[in-house]
Design a binder for this molecule. Structure first.
Ligand code: GLG
Length: 803
């Protein structure tokens, strides 16, 4: 695993010479990035191969994580860190007068996901390798990643994210592992020697070609594979697709990532994408099982294979595995069903009904006739089995096919041996409310697995100074074993350490301030409170509540009421079709313009909405945050993960008792977090009794009235209609997210922030406690629980190889 600076320099020089016919001092940063990634690839190639060989030799059980999104961000620094090369390479480059950060900036973000769900999938990949399990990702190689966000006159514009324009240096095209996926046409069951076998007629045949990316484990010699599928025309079918539009129809299948994660779109292309990567993934798993492992007895499949369904998008895996087992491998239905149940497990990531997938039966029948037959049969058997055991109402509520639609969550639950939520409250709500009927039927299948984050990325890569402080105080072991971070609490009264924490934060804020100046031309004072809300833009996440707080501060400052200096920083993309979310962006941007240029305010308050929030931007913002805004409507945020990243970097959380915020509060104790807002019972009461009347609140609370009125009385220029839309929404009895109900309490929480800010010593103590306790959310711990409770994996024994 050792690499000396000199060896590295030689390797790099060599790559630059070969790739570009240039000397090191001529190469551009982008060329250096290409060369450096080449060195890194050579570095992990032997252990990637060795991992594959060991897997086959040991016949170890593997998990395949099926996810329609993977959001790894950039890989260069992660790979360097995980190989144990980061410091050496940084130092060697610096000897050469080169800067790793500048070179790394040439890498495009691999943004094949929207937000938390996709980021979690990427974190799981890193963690599986780093904890020594063999886990594979299975997803789609979208030609265009999540759109690039630009603000034009304060409005969000979406630009294509052509991340593959310059080639991805990490992926390997594995043509020999291609498989065919069939869509459309007609299917007829014919008797073939006593086995009812499908005969297909017409339709499209698509070639699924895998692109594999190595996932290097953290200094442990395990290198796993993220397999993303691309759609192509099969060579033998070339003549069937003569026109350009014919070809497009096939190749466009993997062009775009749907830019929305909280609303489900019943579109044919999405359904095609789902089946495409599910079928390709399962075929390649079975091929491996049969050919490589030499197995024919499919009843042993669950000893070798676990397939995880990440949200409902890959839920068709249940029907597809049944199809492959029954039709292709002639396993009888009952045995196949038994195998499927043992292989499949499912995570639910939301309780919001608009995000629950339901496919029209007609659409499914036309696109996937055989799959629709199989789902119909699963549904029929499910109902028949329960008939007489439970009431008809329960059967009707839980069955898969209802009102001409296939309920994908029901399919996922009925066909999986494990169903988990992503934070304690979320799982509890699944069990007691949203999936209550299923919980009563299958209590043993339900379990909680609170999300986690890659501390390696959010501390070691994004915040090297804080990582050094941890090394100097508690020693380096925390880097591999996060439990050790708890020892940091011993420094609670150590003034020097507390001062270091404040100094590191200030340094990170200075860097972010420079970036803000470069990007937006706005000066911000690094000594101000950096108040951060970074996440997708959605009503339930309530960027709106933050906006109202900003308006309140603005009005106070105008009226001569003083507040500590504050910089509010947003990062958020709105789904392109989500009109209200885009109106919120416009109003925040106009509010920011107004405040940032108001001489009366004189820099006491600044509002910064950074464009194009993505993983790389998160790495700049999160280490510089003093306050973490986690203010979703209680019950709506399944877990959240930015809350964990911000806490790990020492930010103080302002939180509703929602999602994983509850567990953060439990970890740090009530003195080290500021909570506010409606609790879950109050939220459910409003829903049940239709008793939410925000206009009454508004009429009786002059502060609230004055703040909301700022949206409509011309205070904020250039956004009259958008301001009106926001105000109307807040005042409507149908407003589902209770912005005004939490307004007064939120202001109190923010007053508390101001109070706490006055004492830098105790602020640093809160920071320290948050940093220490972020160990609870180390994704490696989450993965250990999945591996033990759900997937039943053993660690792979790999021989470490020298580079
Ligand atoms: C979801 C939820 C988040 C959750 C994430 C990962 O909304 O609360 O943290 O999955 O489980 N769509 C999402 O991002």
């Amino acid at each position: 695993m050792q690499l000396t600076k000199d060896e590295f320099k030689k390797k790099l020089k060599n790559k630059v010479n070969i790739y570009f016919e240039e000397e090191l001092d001529e190469a551009s940063n982008s060329e250096l990035y290409t060369a450096l990634s080449g060195v890194v690839r050579d570095g992990y190639a032997p252990q990637w191969r060795r991992t594959r060989i060991s897997e086959a030799d040991q016949g170890q059980k593997q998990v395949y994580y099926f996810s329609i999104e993977f959001l790894p961000g950039t890989l260069l620094k992660t790979n360097l860190l995980n190989l144990g090369w980061l410091d050496t390479v940084r130092a060697a480059l610096s000897d050469l007068g080169l800067d790793l950060d500048k070179i790394a900036a040439a890498e495009p973000d691999m943004a094949l996901g929207n937000g938390g769900l996709g980021r979690l999938a990427a974190a799981f990949m890193d963690s599986l390798a780093s904890t020594g399990y063999t886990g594979n990702g299975n997803g789609i190689r979208y030609k265009y990643g999540l759109f690039k966000q630009k603000f034009v006159n304060g409005y969000q514009k979406e630009l294509p994210n052509d991340w593959l324009k310059k080639d991805d240096h990490w992926e390997v095209r594995r043509e020999s592992k291609s498989v065919l996926v069939r869509f459309g046409g007609k299917v007829r069951m014919v008797d073939d020697n006593g086995w009812m076998t499908p005969q297909y007629e017409g339709g499209d045949v698509v070639r699924a070609v895998p692109y594999d990316t190595a996932i290097v484990g953290y200094r442990d010699g395990v290198t796993n594979t993220l397999r993303l599928w691309d759609a192509e025309i099969p060579p033998e079918e070339e003549l069937s697709y003569p026109t350009i539009s014919d070809r497009r129809r096939i190749e466009d299948l993997t062009s775009i990532l749907y830019p929305d994660d909280s609303n489900y779109e019943g579109r044919l292309l999405r359904l095609k994408q789902e089946y495409f990567f599910v079928s390709a993934g399962l075929q390649s798993i079975l091929d491996y099982y049969v050919k490589k492992l030499g197995n024919k007895d499919f009843t042993k499949l669950p000893d070798y294979v676990a397939v995880h369904i990440n949200d409902t998008h890959p839920a068709m895996a249940i029907a597809e595995l049944m199809r492959l087992l029954v039709d292709e491998h002639r396993v009888d239905w009952e045995t196949a069903w038994d195998i499927t149940l043992k292989v499949m497990s499912y995570t639910n990531h939301t309780i919001m009904s608009e995000a629950m997938e339901k496919w029209d039966t007609n659409m499914l029948s036309q696109l996937l006739p055989r799959i629709m037959q199989i789902i119909t049969e699963i549904d029929r058997r499910y109902c028949a089995y329960l008939n007489g055991q439970v009431s008809n109402d329960v059967i009707e509520r839980t069955r898969i096919i209802k009102n001409g639609q296939v309920q994908m969550a029901h399919l996922a639950i009925i066909g999986s041996h494990s169903i988990n939520g992503v934070a304690a409250l979320h799982t509890q709500l699944l069990e007691t409310k949203v999936l209550k009927d299923f919980y009563n039927l299958y209590p043993d299948r339900f379990n909680n697995k609170t999300n986690g984050i890659t501390l390696r990325r959010w501390l070691q890569i994004a915040n090297p100074e804080l990582s050094d402080l941890l090394d100097q105080t508690i020693g380096k072991d925390w880097r591999k074993n996060s439990d050790k971070m708890l020892n940091f609490e011993k420094y609670y009264n150590d003034t020097l350490v507390l001062e270091r924490i404040n100094q590191i934060k200030l340094d990170n804020k200075k860097k972010l301030a420079e970036f803000i100046k470069e990007q937006m031309g706005v000066e911000v004072d690094p000594n101000a409170i950096f108040d951060v809300q970074v996440k997708r833009l959605h009503e339930y996440k309530r960027q709106t509540l933050k906006l109202l707080h900003i308006l309140k501060l603005y009005q106070d400052l105008k009226a001569g009421i003083d507040h500590p200096k504050r910089v509010v920083i947003f990062g958020a993309k709105a789904a392109p079709s989500y009109v209200f979310a885009k109106q919120v962006i416009k109003v925040i941007n106009e509010t920011a313009n107004m405040i940032n240029s108001d001489p009366d305010i004189n820099g006491k308050l600044k509002v910064i909405f950074l464009e194009n929030y993505d993983v790389s931007l998160a790495e700049k913002i999160i280490p510089a945050a003093d306050v973490s805004e986690q203010i979703s409507t209680t019950t709506k945020e399944a877990s959240g993960t930015s809350n964990m990243k911000l806490m790990a970097n020492g930010a103080l959380t302002v939180a509703t008792m929602d999602g994983a915020n509850i567990e953060i509060a439990d970890a740090v104790g009530e003195d080290n977090i500021i909570t506010f807002g409606l609790n879950k019972d109050q939220v459910y009461k409003y829903y049940a009794e239709h008793s939410y009347h925000p206009r009454e609140m508004y009429e009786s609370d002059p502060v609230m009235k004055k703040t909301v009125d700022a949206l409509t009385d011309g205070t904020i220029p250039n956004c009259f209609s958008e301001g009106q839309a926001l105000a109307n929404k807040f005042l409507s009895d149908n407003e589902q997210f209770f912005v005004l109900a939490d307004f007064a309490d939120y202001l109190k929480a923010q007053e508390k922030v101001e109070q706490e800010w006055k004492d830098k010593h105790s602020w640093a103590q809160m920071s320290l406690v948050n940093i220490a306790h972020s160990e609870r959310f180390d994704v490696d711990k989450t993965i250990e629980r999945y591996a033990q409770d759900i997937w039943h994996l053993k660690k792979l024994k790999v021989e470490k190889v020298d580079h």
